[in-house]
Write a protein that binds this ligand. Structure first.
Ligand SMILES: Nc1nc2c(ncn2[C@@H]2O[C@H](COP(=O)(O)OP(=O)(O)O)[C@@H](O)[C@H]2O)c(=O)[nH]1
Ligand SMILES: [Mg+2]
Length: 272
């Protein structure tokens, strides 16, 4: 990816009461039937679209989603992993703003106004942080905390940023951010890639203090060591791509379908 020369695209759109930005919430789910009753009812009523991207759950996730939230769009993800599910959801979202939310009760839907507020106040990308005043976590083991600290420091050093949190998946952004950061990764490294590419593309990033609650039922799908190594490899690859773009030139025959869909949406929107 050679996005280092890109300058941010802005919406340049004056929102009025009749033209208020619409909000889509994208939720990846993998066997979360018992957790969804603690999440879906707390999504603010003014959210325009809820997209649930299921990873072919073997429990009643889909049925429970339909029952709790009949208006939600339920999609089956293509490929495997949280990253693939989010990519499917981003491509399908029709809102001006996309909010990423987990289904296990860790990310609190009642914080959505703070994320949307940061975007309305001028940010391109509102990035949740558990390590700013007002944030916190009751879902981090010591190894995760240490790993996240080390990886955050690595990104701060390599990319010259002052992020306080790297591996956290509660973020919100304007829809046009999707093709600019051109994100496509299958696993949990998607959050890191997004957080790095918004630096590389010089987005206005606002950190939003957020409290991560303990997963309510079931076990995390993340493996701290396996996924930590994947994330470290991702950081190094992103840095090499940033510093030596000529070595990573994208081939013409390597299109990103997510980008094409988002570009299409953006050009349609600008004609409205
Ligand atoms: N669709 C889909 N969702 C996933 C997958 N892996 C994790 N998730 C969802 O992503 C969110 C976060 O996953 P979790 O296992 O709690 O990881 P952690 O929060 O990093 O410990 C939850 O809503 C999961 O249901 C997957 O492979 N496919
Ligand atoms: Mg979780």
């Amino acid at each position: 990816m050679t996005t280092h020369k890109l300058f941010p695209i802005r919406t340049h759109k004056a929102f009025t009461e009749d033209n208020a930005p619409t909000v889509s919430v994208v939720i990846p789910t993998l066997n979360e039937a018992s957790n969804l009753p603690h999440v879906l009812p707390y999504i603010p009523a003014w959210v325009d679209e809820i997209i649930i991207v299921d990873g072919h759950s073997t429990d009643d996730t889909v049925e429970v989603s339909r029952e709790l939230c009949p208006s939600a769009r339920i999609l089956m993800q293509e490929g495997r992993g949280k990253g693939a599910a989010l990519s499917t959801g981003f491509a399908a979202a029709t809102g001006d703003i996309i909010v990423m939310l987990d289904a296990d009760g860790s990310t609190d839907p009642r914080e959505i106004p703070a994320f949307v507020g940061a975007l309305l106040a001028g940010a391109d990308y509102a990035k949740g942080t558990r390590f700013a005043q007002g944030g916190g976590s009751s879902d981090m083991t010591a190894i995760r905390r240490f790993g996240n600290w080390g990886l955050t420091m690595a990104v701060r050093t390599l990319f010259g940023q002052s992020f306080s949190d790297l591996c956290y998946g509660y973020n919100a952004f304007w829809v046009w951010v999707v093709p600019v950061i051109d994100v496509n990764a299958p696993g949990f490294e998607i959050e890191t890639i997004m957080n790095i590419r918004v630096i590389k593309t010089r987005m206005r990033i606002a950190e939003v203090p957020s409290f991560e609650h303990e997963r309510i039922h079931g076990l995390s799908n993340l493996n701290a060591v396996r996924d930590g190594v994947r994330i470290l490899r991702t950081i190094i690859r992103e840095w090499l791509d940033w510093k030596f773009p000529w070595a990573f030139e994208k081939r013409e025959s390597d299109p990103n379908p997510i980008s094409e869909i988002a570009q299409f949406k953006i050009s349609n929107r600008s004609q409205q």
